[in-house]
Design a protein around this ligand. Structure first.
Ligand SMILES: NC(=O)c1ccc[n+]([C@@H]2O[C@H](COP(=O)([O-])OP(=O)(O)OC[C@H]3O[C@@H](n4cnc5c(N)ncnc54)[C@H](O)[C@@H]3O)[C@@H](O)[C@H]2O)c1
Ligand SMILES: O=C(O)C(=O)C[C@@H](O)[C@H](O)[C@H](O)COP(=O)(O)O
Ligand SMILES: [Zn+2]
Length: 363
């Protein structure tokens, strides 16, 4: 995969920040030198596998800084208060102070965990997101949501904490295992379904080059999908309105993840099954035709994404949905697709309609 030209896109927010698409890991040091004159110490938070692949390249540009690399075990279950506490102890042991910078080098788990750590350590220290999974590049690194999970609810403890910058190097996706690509595709297809019908068609038409990891098509896929997220969070940083659409599939997906104790299911798989459930609910509400529901399921299936799940109880899952952050006054609020390329926020879904949607995806 060759390096594409770097593109800088500014996110409109209370504190605007840039997303650099198609940048190079080696170039981050020069950027930091140029932007900040008061950083001496950097904490890089990563997984071992990612550090083995990319820490050296990143550190090439960081020779003038005192660097500590903190390794977090991989897995959604590590996005926890326990791991946050462990990170805090390690950071203090390394003399981290208010002028230190955190670099989150990894996927969404690292971005959310290290990001939440940065948001609360000494009441907040600076953060740069360096996303290395497809999911993190198109979704989690953008928009400032950071969090850890709780046994009773996904991302229940968190913050809106914009980074100083998002530094996206497409070449880090070269060695990403296909099952992790699938997780990113779930969110990318979600972006297409809620806001960009042409992107949905792109996913339908470009299956071969996407599966073959054609570098130009991948750059286009990451860029177009990131642009959907950038456009939405720039209009509504704190989810007062349109940003909620990015939660399509998540009321169902988060319930699955919580019910399974964040093990044996990935976030992307939960989202993929959740999109299917939301599409069935949208059909029941007259918002989608059955042909459109079939089109969504066919696209997810064509990339090998999960569209049904075994061995779970719909009543338990309905109960888990009570922890959804979109709910108001005990009423469930769901995001429903409206055809292909549009979505809406629905406050009108009854428990029996939601249970019926669950039954469509449970086997
Ligand atoms: N903050 C947000 O807006 C937001 C958005 C979407 C998802 N999320 C969160 O993101 C998390 C899921 O993120 P994810 O799907 O990236 O999973 P992940 O962070 O667990 O990464 C998946 C696996 O890929 C490995 N990996 C990472 N980069 C690699 C690379 N370049 N090459 C090879 N292996 C690599 C990791 O070590 C890990 O084992 C969930 O916790 C979800 O809630 C947050
Ligand atoms: O950025 C957002 O807003 C999203 O909803 C993106 C989601 O893909 C992501 O999983 C997010 O972390 C979910 O947010 P939450 O508020 O439901 O925890
Ligand atoms: Zn998500």
């Amino acid at each position: 995969m060759s390096l594409a030209m770097q593109q800088k896109i500014e996110i409109a927010a209370d504190k605007p920040y840039p997303v650099y698409l198609g940048s190079s890991l080696e170039g981050l040091g020069e950027y930091l030198h140029h932007q900040f004159d008061d950083i001496e110490h950097i904490l890089i938070v990563s997984h071992q596998v990612v550090a083995d692949l990319y820490a050296q390249r990143l550190m090439k540009g960081l020779q003038d800084y005192r660097i500590n690399l903190l390794i977090v075990p991989a897995g959604e279950e590590e996005k926890s208060l326990d791991r946050l506490s462990q990170l805090t102890a390690e950071a203090l042991g390394h003399g981290t102070d208010r002028k230190s910078l955190v670099i989150a080098l990894g996927g969404g788990v690292i971005g959310d965990l290290a990001g939440f750590f940065a948001s609360i350590f000494m009441r907040g220290i600076r953060l740069i997101q360096v996303p290395t999974t497809l999911l993190a590049q198109v979704d989690s690194s953008i928009g400032g949501k950071v969090a850890v999970n709780h046994p009773a609810g996904k991302n229940i403890l968190g913050a809106f904490y914009p980074p100083q910058a998002v530094w996206t190097d497409f070449s880090t996706l070269e060695r990403l295992p296909w099952e992790e690509v699938e997780n990113g595709l779930a969110e990318s297809i979600k972006h297409a379904l809620i806001a960009d019908g042409d992107l949905f068609q792109f996913f339908e038409n470009e299956q071969k080059p996407i599966k073959q990891r054609d570098s130009l098509i991948w750059s286009e896929m990451v860029t177009r999908s990131s642009l959907v997220k950038i456009r939405i969070v720039s209009q509504d940083e704190r989810e007062q309105g349109i940003r909620a659409l990015l939660n399509l599939g998540h009321s169902f997906g988060h319930a699955l993840e919580t019910e399974m104790d964040y093990r044996g299911i990935t976030h992307g798989q939960g989202v993929s099954v959740g999109i299917v459930a939301a599409a069935h609910l949208a059909f029941a509400k007259g918002l989608m035709t059955s042909a459109e529901v079939d089109r969504v399921i066919a696209l997810l299936n064509s990339y090998g994404l999960l569209t049904k799940i075994k061995g779970l109880d719909s009543q338990n899952l309905l109960y888990k949905m009570q922890a959804d952050k979109k709910n108001q006054g005990g009423r469930k609020i769901l995001i429903l697709p409206q055809g292909i390329g549009q979505a809406l926020v629905s406050k009108e879904c009854s428990d029996s309609e939601i249970l019926a949607a669950w039954k469509e995806v449970l086997i």
